[in-house]
Design a protein around this ligand. Structure first.
Ligand SMILES: [Zn+2]
Length: 436
């Protein structure tokens, strides 16, 4: 057992890397097998068989396997059980626990594929399929990484865990959040977490921006459409608000740059999106006839505000309220309500924390380039680990390109997975070698 904080000496590191390279075909087959289990969410299909597949494999590799169904959690039913898996391999003695957490759910394939999205086709060194990069490729790479450590007979103190969790694509409430509430992502059980999301093999993702979703409802007064002056149009009221957002808020948001290293660059500021807007009666379908001649007495808007570590939810909420109040000052009949739908604060792990340092050093070693520290524009399961598990030493690191996630013809490169597996394995040993 190497006692230095670098975990491995150069000879051991080279042997471990060679072992991972020799597992190339195994890595490909494992990734393909995972893609062929269509864990589409919603509704949350095939979670059970996917966990059982992982459990069989990890048990063979010497892990103690637990299946944890989030009974009664959001989305859980007998038809679509929210089954998670946690596999744990104890080391030789007491020490820290390094945990690799991957979500097993994938989004629906959608249109535009040039091949079967669940075939796991291998073409020119790339494995294609829904979930290839987001994130079954990362899950497979982490399994190969740890199996290589075990096969090499490298001894370690502490423990290594690998989990496959559900529903990340729909908030993670029956997955990581549920497990975190039960202490599965907190010390002393777990000390360091790596989430192999596809952020690219040379990037360590420190965290993500915050999010606030809300609905604004403008109420008006109904009247005959031929005499709109007798009513109050909720649509015109909403339009007045949107005009203020366009001329006052958007320019302000564009100025607000963050110290968070968010990628892509366009997301390195505050952003605001409108998910949906509707006013008045439903629009008639073709052939359905004419709509009624009515002044719209209701108009609703759902907004998605992504915010920065330098901002607070109270501030960004107030910013919207101020605009609504400004409209009201100009239009006495403007009547609105604001309803909060969902929010999550931003999170960012320190760039000099143990998990970031371990991954960065190994990226430098294996890729010969300095690691890029990045942050994600959107949230992922790190939020639950930090907030519920109160575990700060958590990042995302994994193979694949974020831009390919949720796209048709999603793929992950085999070479990238092998590189990431080497970096994960060596980084895990570095963390395990740390004094508890
Ligand atoms: Zn993902």
């Amino acid at each position: 057992m190497p006692e230095s904080s670098s975990g491995l000496d150069d000879k051991q590191r080279a042997r471990l890397a060679a072992r991972i390279d020799a597992k190339r075909d195994d890595l490909i087959a494992l990734t393909q097998d995972l893609i062929r289990i269509p864990t589409v969410n919603p509704p949350g299909d095939a979670y059970q068989p996917c966990c059982e597949y992982l459990g069989r494999r990890l048990a063979r590799s010497g892990f103690a396997v637990e299946y944890l169904r989030a009974e009664g959690a959001l989305g859980d039913s007998d038809r679509y059980p929210r089954t998670n898996i946690i596999a744990r391999k104890e080391g030789r003695g007491p020490g820290p626990c390094v945990h690799f957490n991957s979500h097993i759910d994938v989004v629906e394939p959608g249109h535009g594929w040039t091949m079967d999205p669940f075939s796991g086709e291998l073409r020119d060194g790339r494995i294609y399929g829904r979930g290839a990069c987001d994130m079954k490729g990362g899950l497979a790479a982490s399994i190969i990484a740890i199996e290589a450590i075990l096969e090499e007979g490298i001894e370690f103190s502490g423990a290594i865990e690998i989990s496959g969790t559900v529903d990340e694509e729909s908030g993670g409430y029956a997955g990581v959040a549920w497990l975190a509430e039960r202490g599965r992502f907190s010390p002393p059980r777990v000390d360091h977490v790596i989430i192999p999301e596809p952020l690219n093999k040379d990037c360590v993702c420190l965290g993500h921006r915050g999010v606030w979703w809300a609905e604004i409802i403008v109420s008006g007064r109904i009247a005959h459409g031929s005499m709109p002056f007798l009513g109050v149009s909720a649509i015109r009221g909403m339009a007045a608000f949107l005009a203020k957002v366009e001329t006052e808020l958007y320019p302000r948001l564009a100025q607000r740059r963050t110290a968070m290293p968010v990628i892509p660059d366009g997301a390195r500021q505050s952003t605001l999106n409108f998910n949906g807007l509707h006013g008045g009666l439903p629009n008639p379908a073709p052939g359905e006839g004419f709509p009624s001649a009515l002044v719209a007495d209701r108009c609703s808007l759902v907004l998605d505000r992504r915010y920065l570590i330098e901002e607070s939810e109270a501030e960004i909420r107030q910013e919207i309220l101020d605009l609504l109040e400004a409209v009201q000052a100009e239009r006495p009949e403007f009547d609105y309500t604001l309803r909060d739908l969902w929010s999550m604060p931003p999170t960012m792990t320190d760039a000099d924390s143990p998990v970031v340092t371990a991954l960065s050093r190994e990226i430098e070693h294996f890729l010969g380039t300095p690691a890029h520290h990045v942050a994600s524009p959107g949230t992922y399961d790190q939020k639950h680990i930090v907030r519920i598990g109160n575990l700060k030493d958590c990042v995302a690191y994994g193979p694949g390109l974020l831009e390919l996630a949720h796209q048709p013809d999603e793929y992950v490169g085999v070479e990238d997975m092998l590189d990431a597996a080497k970096i994960m394995a060596a980084a895990a040993l570095r963390l395990l070698a740390r004094a508890p």
